[in-house]
Each structure stands twice: as structure tokens, then as C-alpha cells.
Design a protein. Structure first.
Length: 422
């Protein structure tokens, strides 16, 4: 089934060689990877996701995903291959492995974290079932032989004419971490990975009237406020929101991410943590009401139509750049939490889990994963300095939260090859 692109348009023009707009999920298994079993698991998995077996085509100025029958590429490396290139068989999805790591690379415009998790659930089910010769619980896992409904295929935003009109609101300028810390010359994109006990952190979160996403956003806000006590601009965290429920499309595969704005107001800063948590949770409640989420989807659709109204790639790139600059001005950092991974029986074979993507335009994105009894927080930065991470770790220590700084990596994301990124 050919797919005319809509939701994918903005991510196409956002991606660049310096900042590829893709999701990279790294899974370290208990044992060394068997490449033959992995090959079989990938081939079986991709039969279940025909809407990801596509190549990008452009005809008469419009983009399409057309069927791509070439095998999905698996490479023995930690770097992987450029997506939408000959090396990836012109797929927007690829896998790689080395030692006991399995890595999924997928274009972020084609899906989001929730969609990537579905693919991984299927892959790990097939891989672990064969490699360990066990029968795993398959409830809630998408498997070959399932009926694939139109709801999985169809973009739930593109054809909607009933979305509410977004309200126009002006937000004050937000604190820019790079400017505040004097890091303009520090351009080494870096990932700091921190692990904390899921059970202990959930107890702490519930004790302080929060949820994982709101609590991490609050602790990050507090850390930034202490790091820059004299800053005049607002400390504002964007917390990502899955729009599927509001759109009535829980099975959709597209990238359907909105956001709520959590502002750490001056008057809150002397309040107890629990009271602050209640306020942040209230902000999330108000901004995730169905009408508000749908208005956010309508706003994204309006941006897409604005981009499509431009005739040349140069004009579209210029429009996207201007939109990104506006976002950069009103957000200090971004937090993304897909939710508990729930890889079922395969989780017992997982030792580490990392979720990487392009760092936010404002300089910092925190990707939060909950796998096999641990939260992993990947601090994805435009810079290498640990200044914000250290402040966040100090906040964890102050609140009695035990953590493990697991590793520090350069942010290594394969390129997504597009005509304007060659």
C-alpha cells in the first residue's frame, strides 16, 4: 500500500547530516548475539510491519513511501548504515549488532518511540524464543499472522478536518542552557546514561504526587534553577505526549508526538517537593485533556501545510529553520518518556537499554526508558560538558535517590540521506 507523506514532512526537512532525525535504540543482551538467529528474527519481524518496508520516492513535488521488497539490512557494527541509501537497500529502517548489542535505527519521521517499541517487542520475542528455545508470553505483541488493520496504516492527522483551532498564545523567552553556561563553542554532541531502580524511583515519585515524566522534569527544573539562580528567563521543560489516544488511533504507526509545557515559576521554588510535584502534575492534566491534545495535533498539521506550501526545498528548509528557532526560544529542555517498555518474557535477557535520538534544538533532551526493573535516563546534549548532568545528579543525591552513571558516549547516529543532505 503506497503512502503519501504528511506527518513525515516536517521531520524530512528537519534532518541533517549534523543532526539526523532518527531513533536509535541500543539493547545489550545477556549473551553474545547469534547473527543467523538475528537475521531470521528481523526477516520475520518485518513481515509484520509492511508499512516500514518502504522506500522514499518523490513524484511531481510530492513524497511517497512505496513498497520496498529488498531485505532490511543488518550490519556487524555499532555504527550501522546511512538510512535511505544504497547501503540500507533504501530502507528507512536498519539493524546492526556487535558482541551482545542489538541496535535498531529508524527514521523518526516514520515513527516515534511508541512505534519503535512495537517493532522491538516483536523482534525480541522472535529472537529470544529461537535463541533460548523457550516459549514466551506473546500477549500484546504484534506477530506475523495478525490481521493488520487500516488503523495501523492510515495517518490519523492528514485527513482530519474536524480538529479544533489552536489558540494563539505568546510564551516568554525560556532559559537557554548553552547560552547560560557559555557552551557555544562546545559542539560535541554527547550522551550521558544514568540508571536508577524502577521500584525505588516509583516509590519516590508516588510519595511526591508525580509520575515518572513529571518527576524527572521537576528534578531537572530544580537542578537548572540551582545552577543558574540569577537567570531571568523562564525555566520551561517540554514533556512529550503521545497523541494517539486523543486522535482515537491507538494502533497508528506514525510519529504522533505533542508536548506539554512545564514552567518552574519563581513563586514555586521555595515550596516543598511534593507541592511542586502536585503543581507539575496539574499542568500535565490540564494540557493533556483531549481538546488540548487535538489542538496541538492541528497546530502540527498547520505547520506541515505551511511547509508544503513552499515550492522549493530551499524555501521549505528555511521555513523549518525559522520554526525551530521559535521552539528553541521557548523551551529550556525536553523530556521524553514512552512508558514502561513491557517486553514481556524477553526482558529477563536484557542487560542494558539506551534510547537515542537527535538532541533537541534547545540543546538537551532526556530520553527515559523503563526496562527490566530500571529506569535509564539518556541525557542527549548538543555539548559535552557535564554541567547540567552533574546538577541533576546532585538533585538525585539530595533526595536520597541512588543512581549509576553507566557511561558517556559521543552521540553516534547514522545519516539519513536526502537530496538536500548529500
Amino acid at each position: 500500500m503506497e503512502q503519501k507523506l504528511f506527518t513525515e514532512i516536517r521531520p524530512l526537512y528537519v534532518t541533517s547530516r549534523e543532526d539526523p532525525h532518527e531513533i536509535r535504540i541500543r539493547v545489550r543482551m545477556r549473551d553474545l548475539i547469534d547473527p543467523e538467529v538475528l537475521r531470521h528474527a528481523v526477516d520475520t519481524t518485518m513481515q509484520r510491519y509492511p508499512y516500514f518496508l518502504v522506500e522514499l520516492q518523490r513524484r511531481d513535488g510530492e513524497f511517497y513511501f512505496a513498497e520496498n521488497r529488498r531485505p532490511v539490512v543488518i550490519t556487524d557494527s555499532l555504527h550501522g548504515v546511512d538510512l535511505n541509501s544504497a547501503d540500507s537497500n533504501f530502507h528507512m529502517i536498519a539493524f546492526c549488532w556487535q558482541d551482545n548489542w542489538i541496535i535498531l535505527d529508524v527514521f523518526h519521521g516514520m515513527t516515534d518511540g511508541a512505534g519503535a517499541y512495537e517493532v522491538l517487542r516483536t523482534l525480541l520475542y522472535y529472537y529470544c524464543s529461537e535463541w533460548y528455545d523457550v516459549e514466551l508470553d506473546d500477549e500484546g505483541i504484534r506477530l506475523v499472522g495478525d490481521e493488520i488493520s487500516d488503523e495501523e496504516w492510515v495517518d490519523p492527522v492528514a485527513g482530519r478536518s474536524d480538529l479544533p483551532t489552536p489558540s494563539r498564545s505568546e510564551m516568554s523567552v525560556a532559559l537557554n542552557l548553552i547560552d547560560a553556561a557559555g557552551l557555544a563553542e562546545d559542539r560535541q554532541r554527547t550522551v550521558y546514561s544514568i540508571a536508577i531502580s524502577e521500584s525505588e524511583f516509583m516509590r519516590f515519585t508516588l510519595d511526591n504526587d508525580g509520575s515518572p515524566g513529571t518527576t524527572i522534569s521537576l528534578l531537572l527544573s530544580r537542578a537548572i534553577a540551582k545552577l543558574f539562580p540569577d537567570a531571568k528567563d523562564a525555566i520551561r521543560i517540554a514533556l512529550c505526549v503521545n497523541q494517539r489516544k486523543a486522535l482515537g488511533a491507538p494502533l497508528a504507526h506514525q510519529s504522533l508526538v505533542g508536548g506539554v509545557m512545564l514552567e518552574y515559576k519563581e513563586k514555586m521554588r521555595d515550596w516543598p517537593l511534593e507541592r511542586q510535584g502536585t503543581i507539575y502534575r496539574g499542568m500535565v492534566f490540564v494540557q493533556t485533556m483531549e481538546e488540548t491534545v487535538l489542538a496541538g495535533a492541528a497546530s502540527n498539521a498547520g505547520i506541515t501545510r505551511l511547509i508544503l506550501s513552499k515550492e522549493s526545498d530551499a524555501e521549505r528548509l528555511e521555513a523549518v529553520s525559522a520554526i525551530n528557532e521559535l521552539t528553541k526560544r521557548v523551551v529550556t529542555a525536553t523530556v521524553s518518556y514512552v512508558g514502561k517498555a513491557n517486553y514481556k518474557g524477553a526482558e529477563q535477557y536484557i542487560r542494558d537499554f539506551r534510547a537515542w535520538t537527535s538532541s533537541a534544538s534547545n540543546g538537551m533532551l532526556v530520553e527515559v526508558s523503563a526496562v527490566n526493573g530500571r529506569f535509564t535516563l539518556d541525557f542527549i546534549q548538543h555539548f559535552s560538558s557535564p554541567i547540567v548532568v552533574n546538577a541533576f545528579l546532585a538533585e538525585l543525591e539530595e533526595n536520597g535517590i541512588v543512581y549509576d552513571l553507566q557511561d558517556v558516549h559521543d552521540l553516534d547516529l547514522p545519516n539519513v540521506k536526502l537530496p538536500w543532505t548529500e
